[in-house]
Design a protein around this ligand. Structure first.
Ligand code: NAD
Length: 428
């Protein structure tokens, strides 16, 4: 891991890429700190009657292009720096896919696997009570992220509506279908990533049957991208979750298993890699260094860094997780000819279908699954093509190309909202 915290790391990359692109320095300056950050202490009554106080965050990073948007994470390692970095990346991501949102993010410092379902519900409602004046369908719209899901979004939407005494489905996305959720939201991040990989494969001449893939993380994002890649003929040779990784050089099928030993049975997603047969057990670190064609980190940030970048053997990395490659590793990977398809493009399918959900809620409409999927495909291909136009033959990394697309769009919105040329006699 780098010595910098993840937010400092994210800012250093932004500055570096910003220098190489002709962007107004005021646009870069506007992205160097969050517009607003709320830190709260959420009281949680435990099942045994005791009381705990948990640190919770919500960040509205930048709203130049629309209300801020971003998930809520429950994890013991959540920190202020992590939430700010994730919210900055959301700002860039919404601009890359051209949806009318800024970036936000939230989180609670907690080990959710140690909570009972009732404790988890009380925590989720408590989080929304703490944030009820900070979020809203026209200000800041949360969604699921690591260890939160549709059921948790449903509890939060219900709490918000109880506080505000009106039906407001557009306050949160990734909800259960019965509460105004969108068809196709559960698979959207994985499907969006799959579409980006497919488009890249067409451009780079990769043949699915000859492409060996390792997937780190088997949650909402990792499971669906692995499933779709496998259905398209790609060979999944390794997969992992927080308990470890499995590897089979000839590839294997992926099974869906209920995590029956967990207290949170039925609350969290049920994909796990534990029951796979005919495999070798390896560590998560070993998985990253396998000799594969495509590496898909889909768990947490910072897993590829200065320390292991020189040992990565994959030819292409598709960042399904947010921030799996640290800025310190960018140059080593570039020098070694490894193409990194960046998170702000690859995992943008989730927020894109969240946007579709919000649009449906505001219109009182419900689209068919086919409609959601075809609109997602059009958005992802447009975003990929915009990135590719900057990437192809320009000597830039794919990340720099995607950042360029995003920064231009953010710059345009910022300047349209008040151009400093007015105050400097037309001079920039
Ligand atoms: P999730 O909670 O559904 O799953 C997380 C997965 O990561 C689980 O399989 C877990 O076992 C695994 N994991 C946890 N710690 C690990 C470790 N140390 N090593 C290997 N695996 C580990 O979360 P998710 O929604 O799939 O999110 C995964 C990543 O995708 C995150 O970076 C998230 O920000 C990003 N993402 C998610 C969405 C979304 O819509 N869910 C959208 C965009 C980006």
């Amino acid at each position: 891991m780098a010595t910098n915290d993840v937010f400092t790391d994210a800012l250093s990359r932004l500055e570096q890429i910003g220098k190489d692109v002709d962007i107004d320095p005021e646009a870069i300056a506007a992205l160097q700190q969050p517009r607003a950050m709320l830190t709260a202490s959420v009281p949680l009554r435990m099942d045994d009657g005791s009381m705990r106080y948990l640190t919770a965050y919500r960040c509205r990073y930048n709203d130049a292009r629309g209300p801020t948007k971003g998930g809520i994470r429950y994890h013991p390692d959540v920190s202020r720096a992590e939430i700010q970095a994730l919210a900055l990346w959301m700002t860039l991501k919404c601009a890359v896919v051209g949806i009318p949102y800024g970036g936000g993010k939230g989180g609670v410092v907690v080990d959710p696997k140690a909570l009972s379902p009732m404790e988890l519900e009380r925590l989720s409602r408590g989080y929304m009570r703490a944030m009820a004046d900070f979020v809203g369908p026209e200000t800041d719209i949360p969604a699921p992220d690591v260890y939160t899901n549709a059921r948790i979004m449903g509890w939060m939407a219900d709490e918000y509506e109880t506080i505000h005494r009106r039906n407001t489905p557009g306050v949160i996305t990734g909800k259960p279908i019965a509460l105004g959720g969108s068809l196709g939201r559960d698979e959207a991040t994985g499907r969006g990533a799959f579409l980006v990989i497919r488009r890249y494969a067409e451009r780079a001449g990769l043949e699915p049957e000859k492409t060996r893939v390792a997937v780190q993380g088997f949650g909402n994002a990792g499971y669906h991208v692995a499933r779709l890649l496998q259905e398209a003929g790609y060979k999944i040779v390794a997969a992992s979750d927080s308990k470890g990784a499995i590897y089979s050089p000839d590839g294997f099928g992926l099974y869906h298993q209920k995590q029956e030993t967990r207290k949170l049975e039925g609350v969290y997603c049920d994909g796990s890699v534990c029951e796979l047969v005919d495999h070798e057990r390896i560590t998560n670190e070993e998985l990253l260094e396998l000799d594969v064609d495509l590496l898909v980190p889909a768990a947490l940030e910072g897993v590829i860094h200065e320390g292991n970048a020189g040992r990565i053997r994959a030819k292409t990395i598709a960042e399904v997780a947010n921030g799996p490659v640290e800025a310190s590793a960018d140059e080593t990977l570039r020098e070694r000819g490894i193409v990194v398809l960046p998170d702000v493009l690859v995992n943008a399918g989730g927020v894109t279908v969240s946007y579709f959900e919000w649009v449906q809620n505001r219109q009182g409409m419900a689209w068919t699954l086919e409609e959601v999927r075809s609109r997602l495909e059009a958005r992802m291909f447009d975003a990929f093509d915009a990135m590719w136009a900057e990437f192809d033959g320009q000597g830039r990394t794919a990340r720099a190309a995607a950042y360029t697309v995003a920064l231009r769009r953010i710059e345009e919105a910022l300047l349209a909202g008040g151009d400093h040329a007015y105050f400097s006699g037309g001079q920039r």
